[in-house]
Design a protein around this ligand. Structure first.
Ligand SMILES: [Zn+2]
Length: 146
């Protein structure tokens, strides 16, 4: 997720992938960012994002791996990066970790973070940076009466 840094305008994904893989991984990353933002805001997910994720999943070779206790876990069939990410998401969903993965509510930041707060109310990647900035902006808007 954080291979893209909005504040710095950098994208490290191009260092690890190329061509169609890079395009698919970027598409996946931004679709997941949209999902994680719904974890932060509680807003419904844009149906076009669901469509993009479904299209990516159709092309991803996944299978079920059976554990010694008979449990089933998703696993990527080969070295397909999109499949590996989707398998990790499926595993995270089973443990409850998925809902705690969020994206910072500061639109200029959108850094992905793990919300370790007891009541899952985390909104910012860092309260002292993004939380303060956004609250200060809102305060200035209110003070200006706009
Ligand atoms: Zn942030």
């Amino acid at each position: 997720m954080n291979t893209r840094n909005l504040m710095r305008g950098t994208d490290r994904l191009s260092r690890t992938a190329a061509g169609a893989d890079l395009e698919a991984l970027r598409d996946l990353r931004e679709a997941i960012r949209a999902v994680l933002l719904t974890h932060t805001t509680g807003q419904p997910l844009d149906p076009t994002v669901v469509g993009r994720l479904r299209a990516l999943a159709l092309a991803a070779p996944l299978r079920a791996e059976i554990g010694e206790d008979g449990s089933a876990a998703p696993a990527a069939l080969d070295d397909n990066a999109v499949a590996r990410v989707l398998a990790a998401i499926a595993s995270a969903g089973q443990t409850g970790t998925w809902r705690r993965l969020k994206v910072c509510a500061n639109p200029d930041c959108q850094w992905a973070f793990y919300d370790a707060s007891r009541n899952r109310s985390g909104t910012w990647c860092d309260m002292s940076i993004c939380g303060s900035r956004v609250k200060m902006r809102a305060y200035r808007r209110r003070a200006a009466g706009t």
